[in-house]
Design a protein around this ligand. Structure first.
Ligand SMILES: Cc1ncc(COP(=O)(O)OP(=O)(O)O)c(N)n1
Ligand SMILES: Cc1ncsc1CCOP(=O)(O)O
Ligand SMILES: [Mg+2]
Length: 509
């Protein structure tokens, strides 16, 4: 990724409608990273400026009735001009007036990115549920309302103690409002409802410097709005936001280290200065080498789950190059999960396997697709894979769950009997099969057919199931009708003449 370099080339104009406490810090932070900040406080002025802007930040931190009306006009204008909008619903958990303003902007306008702490985001999700249930009871036709529990978080004013699973909260919010959401706290979460990543970079000093949360809204606006970034082949809204969010947290780490080196301690005053310096100094390389991401699981990721290793390309001149090329094409075409299954005749071993696995992991990270390791728990730990897949003859699931409390764990299941004998509650998903005959696994059990998938679904209506074994685009509809959330595939993709076409075929279901 070269998002920071592109941002600096373009120097994007970010218009900030932000609160009185943080205007100066926001302007300095944006300048330091290479963006061009402008503050504005009336619609007449905004009509002149916004056509030249690459993004608009609306931060409701010191809102009053006049400003509330101004923010509404501003977002309407930005929507007309197709300028991306970042909304920071500061302290909306603390009062109904703020919450209603934020809710109105989210429900009745187009917000590109919502950024808040856990308390703020939870309050908005709760308010949206209440709004939906009010609309449902008012509507004569609507009979079926499902209410969800919102993650419990403590909140006081603009501070928030955080939430155990910021990724899950971001995902809930992204689904409720159909908006890309960033939840910040000790661990940050980002979700568009389909992909969710938690970022564990950062510094404990950040909450002690006022404005670090507010500056992030403007900072992310610079990343998502810049036309220069949007021209990059790697650009998409999710990945640009994730890169910006990580860059920000990495800058905080760098600032804390500088304070340690200079003063042998980290204190708020010196941290604030060193944080601005770090934003000015940092590069894409710093983000690449320090990023600490964790993909969280949701059942939609089972949709098109590609599995392979170099042994699946043994007919080619260079199986490693062919595998990497195929994996990248499959990622580009939209696979939703990837498993490295390097095993069997012709597979890589030792250092060659580690080096190949690292390259594959990097590709998966570029496309924010979970990287799952088959069988090899030590390598999963060494590379910090997003998850592992184990079968009935691999390490016992209770030991694997103990070792990896936060990783995605998949478990192979062949029949309802095997389901009953397994601790499936420790798994995030189960891989059920083989559905049909397969050439890709020498010791595969007998095929169970789509009915075998249905048999397991009948004993557990909820568990995420991915089907496996001899699956093609043509058989996918039937398999999904029999209860699978998705399909996992080796040969239909590795042997495809047109990988993108086949992956897109699988994605239609
Ligand atoms: C998604 C998925 N389902 C099943 C398997 C098979 O795992 P296992 O039974 O351990 O066999 P090997 O793949 O290790 O040979 C899988 N890998 N992925
Ligand atoms: C790993 C595995 N487990 C059961 S079948 C199978 C192989 C699936 O490969 P293919 O999609 O080529 O049949
Ligand atoms: Mg196995």
């Amino acid at each position: 990724m070269t998002y920071i370099a592109a941002l600096r080339r373009k120097n994007p104009l970010v218009i900030c409608l932000t609160n009185d406490v943080v205007k100066n810090f926001t302007a300095n932070g944006l300048l330091a990273i290479g963006a061009s900040p402008a503050m504005s406080s009336c619609i007449e002025d905004l009509r002149d400026l916004l056509p030249y802007a690459q993004a608009l930040l609306v931060n409701i931190g010191t809102v009053n009735p006049e400003l509330g009306a101004f923010y509404k006009q501003a977002v309407t204008l930005a929507n007309e001009l197709a300028v991306p909008v970042v909304l920071d619903p500061v302290a909306c958990s603390a009062g109904a007036f703020r919450r209603e303003i934020a809710l109105d902007l989210l429900v009745n306008h187009k917000i590109t990115l919502l950024r808040g702490n856990a308390g703020e985001i939870a309050a908005l999700v709760q308010a949206k549920h209440e709004l939906d249930s009010k609309n449902a009871t008012e509507s004569i036709t609507s009979v079926n309302h499902k209410s969800e529990k919102v993650a419990e978080v403590s909140s006081k004013g603009v501070d928030s103690a955080g939430v155990a699973k910021p990724g899950a909260l971001a995902e809930q919010c992204a689904k409720a409002f159909q908006v890309l959401t960033v939840v910040t706290g000790p661990v940050d979460g980002i979700s568009n409802g389909l992909k969710t990543v938690e970022v564990t970079n950062g510094s404990a000093m950040m909450p002690l410097v006022v404005g670090t949360g507010c500056l992030l809204g403007g900072f992310l606006a610079a990343f998502i709005g810049s036309k220069e970034l949007q021209r990059l082949e790697e650009y998409d809204l999710f990945s640009a936001t994730l890169w910006g969010l990580t860059a920000y947290s990495v800058a905080a780490e760098m600032a804390a280290e500088t304070c340690e080196n200079l003063y042998q301690r980290v204190e708020p005053g010196s941290f604030q200065i060193e944080f601005l310096n770090a934003l000015y100094r940092m590069s894409d390389e710093d983000v690449k080498t320090r990023k600490n991401w964790h993909m969280t699981f949701n059942r939609e990721q089972l949709g098109v789950y590609f599995i392979c290793g170099t042994q699946d390309f043994k007919e080619t001149d260079n199986s490693e190059t062919a595998a990497l090329r195929c994996i990248e094409m499959a990622l580009q075409a939209g696979i939703t999960m990837f498993q490295l299954r390097e095993k069997g005749v012709g597979s890589l071993k030792g250092a060659a396997k580690v080096s190949f696995a690292k390259k594959v992991q990097e590709l998966c990270e570029t496309y924010q697709v979970p990287f799952i390791m088959n069988d090899d728990m030590d390598l999963a730990e060494e590379l910090d894979a997003d998850g592992v897949h184990i079968g009935q003859d691999d390490d016992p699931i209770e030991l694997v769950r103990q070792r990896f409390p936060n990783k995605i764990i998949g478990l192979s299941i062949h029949s309802p009997e095997e389901y009953a004998d397994s601790q499936v509650e420790l798994a995030d998903y189960i891989g059920v099969g083989p559905v049909y005959g397969t050439q890709s696994k020498g010791d595969a059990k007998a095929p169970i057919g789509p009915e075998g998938i249905q048999a397991v679904r009948n004993v557990d209506a909820e568990i995420p199931i991915v089907a496996i074994g001899g699956i093609t685009v043509e058989t996918t509809a039937t398999i999904r009708e029999h209860g699978a959330d998705g399909v996992s595939i080796i040969s239909a993709i590795t042997k495809a003449n047109d990988v993108a076409k086949v992956v897109k075929g699988f994605k239609k279901f």
